[in-house]
Design a protein around this ligand. Structure first.
Ligand SMILES: Cc1ncc(COP(=O)(O)O)c(C=O)c1O
Length: 393
């Protein structure tokens, strides 16, 4: 490998959200415990980005920033080359993060007494956003069939048909289950939403992180009609480990909707980003594709390792096939613990600081979300710890 995916950076004093939250639990931990929660990576950000930012800072002026032509070129080239999507740069709205864009979208494209539909288990900020904006939350529970999550289309359609339902937030690839939706599934979702005048917010933040054998389809590429009825949330944050830069690119193909969204973003003053954020995003897309290729190989190997380890040593647990993202969704229900017992066991016996399944709504109860974006040896140690803890039960 040309790049370093084996060194662990000690982030315990680097204001990392996931490390701070582990420390905040106040437990005495053995040396070397690494958290596996929040979706950023324990791999160094590509040196082309960190060195590029240093170069940029030399003789620079840290004034107010606007995205440049080179910035938009980098995004559009990336989307065309990696995803076959020709993006109209006039319809890209920059926001300080995808979650911010989802809040804006709810305010913009739905009304106070209307329903917003999501799928569960769900990335928590989706339902928090719906609740914060005081819309009614409708939940379409995914169905676990033979270890594979599938969409209950009958239920989805019934909820979309409610005249009060005006928005659906799609997570593609899906966090936390790791599903990469098939074309037929996306088309069926799109069709139901079109027929029932439901606007789709497609959160595709993990779209560059696809496991071998799977193919991600950008939602707006399905058809012109569908493109007009959706917005696509993208970001370099997951792809190149720059989540702290808070830069995301929201593609809203319909002109009227784009203008409405941008007007609200201006009203709340969330259109301007930090000057380094734009540069980090530009460098990532323009110069770091080879880093991503190596990252994908590393993640595929980490997934293989965890899957095999569990199969051979802890067969009572079940891994759900991770088709995309770097998050593995693992079924611990066979341990027969309550959510509280499982959390306590994971943190105080196995020293696993993962995301607890119940925080992804009820259907996540009994599961753990493991972030595998870390050096493989860190996972090897963690699996041994978990094995020992379970054997001691
Ligand atoms: C599906 C999904 N959307 C959004 C985000 C966060 O986006 P941002 O940091 O750009 O607000 C995450 C982070 O884990 C995520 O998994």
């Amino acid at each position: 490998m040309k790049y370093d995916f084996t060194t662990l950076v000690d982030r315990s004093e680097l204001s990392s959200s996931k490390w701070e939250s582990m420390k905040g639990k106040g437990r005495e931990l053995p040396k070397g415990i690494v958290p596996f929660s929040v979706a950023d990576m324990e791999f160094k950000t590509p040196s082309k980005i960190t060195e590029g930012l240093k170069d940029y800072l030399t003789d620079s002026i840290l004034g107010y920033a606007n995205p440049s032509k080179a910035y938009y070129d980098a995004i559009c080239n990336w989307m065309k080359k990696r995803h076959g999507y020709e993006v109209n740069r006039e319809r890209i709205a920059t926001t300080p993060g995808v979650v911010c864009a989802i809040h804006l979208a709810i305010e913009c494209f739905s009304k106070a007494d209307e329903n917003v539909l999501i799928m569960a288990p769900s990335y928590p900020p989706f339902f928090h956003a719906v609740e914060d904006c005081q819309r009614k939350l409708l939940v379409n529970n995914l169905v676990l069939k033979d270890g594979h999550y599938e969409i209950d289309f009958e239920d989805f359609e019934a909820k979309a048909k409610d005249p009060k339902t005006t928005m659906f937030i799609l997570c593609s690839p899906h966090n936390p289950t790791g599903r990469v939706w098939k074309k037929e599934e996306l088309e069926r979702i799109a069709q139901i939403c079109l027929e029932n005048h439901v606007f789709i917010v497609a959160d595709e933040i993990h779209h560059d992180l696809i496991m071998p054998g799977y193919h991600h389809i950008c939602f707006p590429t399905l058809s012109k009609e569908i493109e007009d009825n959706c917005m696509m949330c993208t970001s370099v944050s997951k792809t190149f480990n720059v989540a702290g830069m808070k830069v995301s690119n929201i593609i809203i193909p319909n002109e009227e909707r784009f203008k409405k969204f941008w007007a609200l973003a201006r009203k709340w003053h969330v259109t301007s980003l930090g000057i380094l954020s734009f540069e980090a995003c530009r460098i990532g897309y323009a110069e770091c594709e080879d880093w991503l290729e190596e990252l994908l190989e590393t993640l595929a190997e980490n997934k293989r390792f965890v899957t095999e380890y569990i199969k051979e040593n802890l067969p009572m647990l079940k891994t759900i096939e991770c088709e995309g993202t770097y998050l593995m969704w693992i079924d611990f229900r066979a341990l027969n613990m309550t959510d509280e017992q499982l959390e306590e066991f994971m943190e105080s016996k196995a020293y696993w600081y993962t995301n607890q399944g119940y925080t992804f709504l009820e259907s996540g109860s009994g599961f753990e979300r493991l972030n595998i974006a870390c050096p493989k040896w860190v996972l090897e140690e963690a699996m041994e710890r978990l094995n020992k803890a379970i054997k001691s039960l």
